[in-house]
Design a protein around this ligand. Structure first.
Ligand code: FAD
Length: 320
């Protein structure tokens, strides 16, 4: 069976959830071979094996943290040469997409970005993408070289599928460009205790209807009752009510959670572009004609200042 390379996103050996989702998808098209780089790479092996990696290729070097993405592209290129995989899967983060694009260029392959599903096809893996501000779904196949595919978080369930996870060291030699851009400082983001927006299984977002930075406490309380991340429309972000890093949409982040709750958001196409692939969409809006109601699974016509606290209270009560 053909091998499928999976690029491992991890923090000091702790594998992030989107990578485990990639292993689920990789198993549909071949045998997953994980590539883990940087400090703690070897510590990823147990989690990767537990979720289906038949092999784990590791390489630890300070270049991966001291410089931007090129050393990682060098390593993935080496892995492609060593394995001749049927495909290379990379999480659709900003960094993941840059790595994938550079890799595809290096190896002369086609690339598919932001896939939301993946299946085996007679002539190679077939990816589903959601395009034109999520107005259409397309099924796409790479026809040149080794398919490089980035996959959005929450596109597949994490499934335990124990495999051998045999660890071996990947031989990597860095090219001259690898050390071209040095990271000179890092500032940790202030921890909120909430999940990362693009990876969260549930996202609760607020828009202009929230009507003030102080009122975002209501959105945060609902999010916390569900263990969710907080998102915001551009109108709310531009008004200075919530940080830009939490903006969902065409010019913000693209999210695809199991559940998306939009409060006081009208549903402009640029907002929809960032959340329309969510599995279940709920909207709370006092205007029954708001366009967001065209795409929801459940719509609540009401004042968010009544509905959101009532919802939060009910959820907290049921949680006991
Ligand atoms: C190039 C470009 C890129 C853009 N990128 C993005 C993007 O990435 N993300 C994004 O979000 N937007 C983006 N926009 C902006 C987008 O077009 C909309 O202007 C924006 O999404 C509107 O935000 P909103 O829904 O919060 O506000 P509005 O459209 O003003 O809607 C507010 C909604 O709240 C409801 N409401 C008011 N009070 C209450 C209440 N008390 N209870 C319940 N409901 C209430 C109203 O009925 C209304 O439907 C972009 C625009 C352009 C031109």
């Amino acid at each position: 069976m053909a091998e499928v390379l999976v690029y491992v996103d991890h923090v000091d050996g702790a594998v992030r959830k989107p990578t485990l989702e990639l292993l689920t998808l990789a198993r549909r098209i071949g045998e997953p071979v994980a590539v883990a780089l940087g400090a703690g790479a070897a510590d990823t092996a147990a989690a990767l094996a537990e979720h289906g990696a038949v092999k784990v290729l590791t390489h630890e070097a300070t270049e991966y943290t001291d410089y931007l993405v090129v050393p990682k592209v060098d390593a993935l290129t080496a892995a492609v040469e060593a394995v001749s995989p049927a495909a290379v899967l990379v999480p659709s983060s900003a960094e993941g997409k840059e790595i994938a694009a550079r890799l595809a260029l290096r190896i002369g392959s086609g690339i598919i970005t932001d896939a939301v599903d993946l299946e085996a096809g007679d002539e190679g893996p077939v990816a589903t993408q959601s395009v034109f501000a999520a107005s259409f779904s397309t099924r796409t196949r790479v026809i040149k070289g080794t398919p490089v595919i980035t996959v959005k978080p929450n596109s597949a369930a994490v499934e335990a599928a124990p495999a051998s996870g045999e660890v071996s060291e990947l031989a990597v030699s860095f090219g001259a460009l690898a050390t071209g851009t040095k990271v000179t400082a890092r500032t940790p983001r202030e921890a909120t205790g909430r999940p990362e927006l693009t990876e969260a299984a549930i996202v609760v977002s607020g828009g202009r209807g929230v009507n003030g930075a102080e009122n975002f406490a209501l959105i945060e309380a609902l999010a916390d009752s569900l263990g969710a991340a907080v998102g915001a429309s551009r109108a709310a972000v531009d008004a200075g009510w919530y940080p830009h890093t939490n903006q969902v949409g065409q010019t913000g982040k693209s999210v695809s959670p199991q559940l998306y709750i939009a409060s006081g958001i009208s549903g402009a196409i640029q907002h929809r572009a960032g959340m329309q692939t969510s599995k279940t969409i709920v909207a709370i809006n006092k205007d029954a004609e708001a366009p967001i109601f065209d795409l929801v699974d459940y719509g609540i016509v009401g004042d968010l200042f009544d509905v959101v606290p009532a919802l939060t209270e009910e959820i907290n009560t049921r949680k006991g």
